[in-house]
Design a protein. Sequence first.
Length: 515
Amino acid sequence: MGGLSAVAGLPFRTVLVANRGEIAVRVIRTLRRLGLRSVAVWSDADRGARHVLEADVAVRIGPPPPRDSYLCVAAVVEAARRTGAQAVHPGYGFLSERHDFAKACEDAGLVFVGPPASVLEGSNDKLAVKAKVAAAGVPVIPGPLGAVGEGEPALRAAAAQTGYPLLLKAIGGGGGRGMRVVARPDDLVGAAESARREAGGAFGDARLYAEALVRPARHVEVQILADATGAVRVVGDRDCSVQRRHQKVLEEAPAPDLSEATRRTLHRAAVDAARALGYRNAGTVEFLVDAAGRPSFLEVNRRLQVEHPVTEAVFGLDLVEWQLRVAAGEALPPEGTWVARGHAVEARVCAEDPSRGFLPASGPIARLVTPEGPGVRVDAGWKDAGEVPSEYDSLLMKVVAHGETREAALARLDRALADTAVLGVPTNVAFLRRVVADPDFRGVRLSTDFLDGRLDALTAPPEATADVLLAVAAADLLGVGRRSGAGAGPVATGGPAYDPWRTLAGFRLADEEVP
């Protein structure tokens, strides 16, 4: 895989994966490839889940509510102690950016596979981060570098620094919650009250800050790796402009149709931001790029991103492995070691009903068929069948397609989505195929409001299910998904034989198999 070396020299042999679903399965895949022992954790809702069955050891950590299981720091650390783990990989979401979790791991003598607790704590406050990177010369979105005070006069003063339209954002959170667009002065007070209520309920922090609304703009992010020596490496960029309610739908690498000058500015700004924060391990520096190609800093995501597979496909590397190596104190290779090749696009397949406002779905999956073939990779939290719990995120799988060109990657992605079948819960597959076919998407006429005004056409119920039924019938006839046996082993001691069909080293890039 892109010249990666053997695992010799890592100071740990057992790694606990503090997550669930597709990201836990994906991390376990790398651990197994490296010859490391994997430990899964599970709540009662996930007994028998794929990540539980594929790990070498699995430990129950609580009932289904996340606060009592996957968000319970004490339970996760105790599971690591009981199983003899020396390191913890947090995946994304849940505890991945919690400095108190990283500190608890460090205090317990565990290697936290992510930024050190001191870095996470020092970069918790989004406004403080914005001030630090601005001082380092990174371009930022116009707006006051402080929380908006209580009361109408303070709101009006902040708006005077941003102009209209503006964006009110929660200091303590993300994911679009506690965020309001304000187009007119008459809407300012009501929008602030609504945002404060939502932010307080979601994050326990009702503070807001204000920024100018950059629109139209593209959402472009830069993947970085940083080691203990202070070296920072850029591993390309990604476009994540196709979003719904600030949640990404499709991602691609490299970001298409950027001038080389803009790309150089983005990469340089990402390195400057990482150094200003004393960053370590894998992370993503996010920007808005306006119609003139001018980037403005948004935030730093201090973890592995959901969309990291497109970067892996283009650069032929394993970001999880490099997270492990950096966490172990290994220095990054020289600049220019990783070279981009081709284009990759990822679609997030979720258990939801687009025709009903993307209502999340839960329940049993009677049959799941995932696509395969040259240039196709699938990261899934289920295999063949299973149960989608109501307590967690609705993401079922990520379908990634790689090709020598963007057009080739998109053609492969559309075919792969056509070959995807999930029986038992509604999914957004038809919606994703319509987005991929949209002429403006194909023509790279992208912005963060791309889906606005298009949803009615894109979310109509599929006219027919023939493709799905044919895919399921063909899978049953050909035995797709059963190449390595699907028997389930005991929860406490491991699971079925490892399935190399979905390994990072086994999926194909373009028309050649990765060595």
